[in-house]
Ligand binder design. Structure first.
Ligand code: NAD
Length: 306
């Protein structure tokens, strides 16, 4: 099976790496607009660096993309289209709009190929240890054919419905996490201001009804004011923007998500564009809680980034 991987960022690099392992039996060709990334990847793995999108996709049975947003996807699809063979399956792991996913599916269909929108959850750690969750929209037969490829780097892969259904599922995921993270920031800040030991509070709450993925995986960093890791505020703002556009088109009201979108803009303005988005805690500390304006080191800056 010949696989082209386009976009060798924090997610695409390890995904391509898993595919290149001999036991998965894939011939991997990679392309990134930053040529140095393609050659560096090929130096480290059993695979080849392509010179262009056309070179990468020309012989591919499966194309995998992991690109920042709709704009970059459109550039790459435009470059690839004339070079894609009939029956090729394109698995897009980028988080983009559902409208974009449906448009790319139509464009690929005109070449006798299949486009599956397949956004992921699990972050950079999930990509590195091959345990990503993948939510897929598009043709079901193409999904069944693509499943063994995704098994090289994913723990759970689910077909959600027609084109766009994968992206809508990812949006639902993001709606469900943003409000929880903001509530966690407020709760922790409240406990700290009240003079409680926040770590002890978290220890108690993780065994109670308020527990969540955020509490189990992010509370310690929020208490310590450490945000120099993880899923950036910039990426989360992009995802929430996609959600709010889609909700507006559907006439669905998402008041909490819209409010947290504003709070994420505040974090960006505080210098947190690259901080993990659990830095909603930093906003809470500095803007909403006058008695506790700074992280524990009392410098007024989050510990590692500042
Ligand atoms: P990234 O910015 O690290 O990587 C994107 C890569 O695409 C870069 O290497 C860039 O050079 C390359 N690129 C940009 N334009 C290109 C073009 N025209 N042709 C070829 N290559 C091009 O981003 P990432 O963190 O790897 O995320 C990729 C996608 O996965 C995004 O849509 C993101 O929302 C989604 N995602 C990321 C995470 C995460 O934790 N990082 C988690 C879930 C989903």
């Amino acid at each position: 099976m010949r696989v082209a991987v386009i976009g060798l960022g924090r997610m695409g690099w390890p995904i391509a790496g898993h595919l290149a392992h001999l036991e998965h039996g894939h011939e991997v060709k990679v392309f990134d607009i930053a040529n140095a990334a393609s050659t560096a990847w090929a130096d480290e793995h059993a695979g080849e660096a392509a010179e262009s999108v056309a070179d990468a996709v020309g012989q591919a049975d499966v194309i995998i993309s992991s690109l920042p947003a709709d704009k970059q996807m459109q550039v790459v699809v435009d470059e690839a289209l004339a070079h894609i063979g009939t029956g090729t399956i394109w698995l897009d792991h980028s988080t983009i709009s559902a409208t974009g996913a449906r448009r790319f599916a139509d464009e690929l269909s005109s070449r006798g190929a299949h486009f599956l929108d397949a956004p992921v959850s699990g972050g950079v750690d999930g990509a590195r240890n091959g345990s990503l969750t993948v939510m897929v929209g598009g043709d079901e037969d193409a999904f069944v054919r693509a499943e063994p490829t995704m098994a090289a780097y994913a723990g759970r892969v689910t077909h959600m419905g027609p084109s766009g259904a994968g992206q809508i599922t990812k949006m639902t995921n993001q709606i469900c996490v943003v409000g929880v993270a903001q509530a966690l920031a407020e709760g922790l800040d409240f406990a700290i201001n009240a003079g409680l030991d926040p770590e002890k509070v978290v220890h108690v709450m993780t065994q109670g009804s308020s527990t969540s993925w955020e509490m189990e995986n992010r509370a310690a960093q929020m208490i310590a004011g450490e945000y120099d890791f993880g899923f950036s505020t910039t990426l989360m703002r992009k995802d929430v923007g996609l959600v709010l556009d889609e909700a507006s088109a559907m006439n669905v009201s998402l008041p909490v998500t819209a409010l947290v979108a504003q709070f994420l803009a505040d974090v960006h303005a505080l210098g947190g564009a690259d901080w993990d988005w659990c830095s909603l805690m930093e906003r809470q500390r500095r803007l909403s809680s006058p008695g506790n304006r700074s992280a524990p080191d009392d410098s007024g800056e989050p510990s590692p980034a500042g």
